[in-house]
Design a protein around this ligand. Structure first.
Ligand code: CA
Length: 357
């Protein structure tokens, strides 16, 4: 099955009844959760790093909820949160979420030379401004603004973590702009490691799971994450030396966690005052928001919910459409039944407490 057939299949999923599609895609395969959440040959949880563009779309938040929950259940070792959207406001949000969900000291890496003034869809970075909303609680923070401004650059923090972890052990999730990842790949040998960025990734990283690119040309807009920083997207695609699992825009676009359901779920879990629930109460979230980013995390934690196509190699064009070539390092995850999409949404809803339940 090629890229066009995969794209057609994902569009069809939303249109055809479950029974028509359940056995239509023999080219895919699934594997079990246990294969993913244990390190090589041992029971240590896999070290993971999340690279996201907090401060605009809320799917990043549900991706974080899934990782917080997985860490508390001993499935992963959440090592660091890298922010690839520039600005102090977005670092404050990272601090608020980490503190609220029990990770006050989770290392945070900040970006530089990131996309200038990227579109903001849902301005939940304002959660750090309680003076503007009298119905909003003042969320506790761990760091002062001065301390946040002194956080390490993401590529430095990446290098420090990768240098310490076992070979071929680290899993990286990229659910925002590719800026920090490109900076890591272009980093030089230094006192942290005598390996340059590409060699360090090749030695230490098991795989990257990325929300990026589209399979079809029928999406309402070109895929956002890569389009905001096309030059660094090309660097990532050309230089990344280990496996990449793509979660394309077409995939997450099918998973619609409506604002009404978010508020209902948070209320049912007695999390009415959580930063997520406040986001949905204070800001207009009916923006076409879908669970793109959460799928990129979930395909790692719950591979049983997905099919996998590959290994192949993908290139990306100027409109961020992924094109399949012969290769051995890239994979595409997808679903081929409406029932799978329902199970995916249900799992996102079940982990939306971030491990507080
Ligand atoms: Ca994102």
């Amino acid at each position: 099955m090629n890229t066009k057939q995969l794209a057609s299949l994902m569009v069809l999923t939303a249109l055809l009844p479950f029974a028509l599609l359940t056995s239509s895609c023999g080219g895919g395969n699934t594997h079990t959760e246990a294969q993913n959440t244990q390190s090589e040959g041992g029971k240590m949880p896999v070290p993971v790093i999340l690279d996201c563009d907090l401060g605009s779309s809320t799917d990043d938040l549900f991706a974080m909820m899934m990782l917080y929950d997985a860490h508390k259940k001993g499935k992963i070792d959440f090592k660091a949160l890298m922010i690839n959207r520039d600005g102090l406001d977005n670092l404050r949000i990272a601090d608020i979420f980490n503190t609220y969900y029990g990770f006050p000291k989770l290392p945070i890496g900040k970006t530089h030379d990131a996309p200038k003034n990227p579109p903001v869809f849902i301005p939940y970075w304002k959660l750090a401004k309680p003076e503007e909303y009298k119905e909003m609680p003042t969320f506790k923070r761990t760091y002062t603004d001065e301390q946040l401004q002194q956080l390490p650059d993401a590529e430095t923090l990446y290098r420090q973590i990768l240098a310490k972890e076992p070979d071929t052990s680290v899993v990286i999730f990229s659910i925002g702009f590719p800026t920090n990842i490109a900076h890591l790949l272009e980093s030089k040998a230094d006192k942290i490691s005598d390996l340059d960025g590409v060699a360090l990734v090749a030695k230490k990283v098991k795989a990257m799971y990325i929300m990026g690119g589209d399979l079809s040309q029928t999406m309402p807009e070109p895929e956002y994450n890569l389009l905001q920083d096309p030059q660094n997207a090309m660097t990532l695609m050309q230089k990344w030396p280990s496996k990449i699992y793509f979660s394309p825009g077409d995939m997450g676009h099918k998973i619609d966690y409506t604002p009404e359901n978010v508020i209902a779920d948070q209320t049912k879990m007695h999390l009415e005052d959580s930063p997520i629930c406040m986001t949905y109460k204070l800001f207009e979230c009916n923006t076409g928001q879908r669970m793109w980013d959460a799928c990129a995390i979930q395909q790692y934690l719950r591979p049983d919910l997905y099919q996998i196509h590959g290994p192949v190699k993908y290139t990306v064009d100027s409109q961020m459409i992924l094109h399949e070539q012969p290769g051995t390092s890239h994979y595409m995850t997808y679903t081929n039944t409406a029932e799978q999409d329902t199970l995916i949404l249900n799992h996102i809803r079940e982990t939306a407490h971030g491990g507080l339940k």
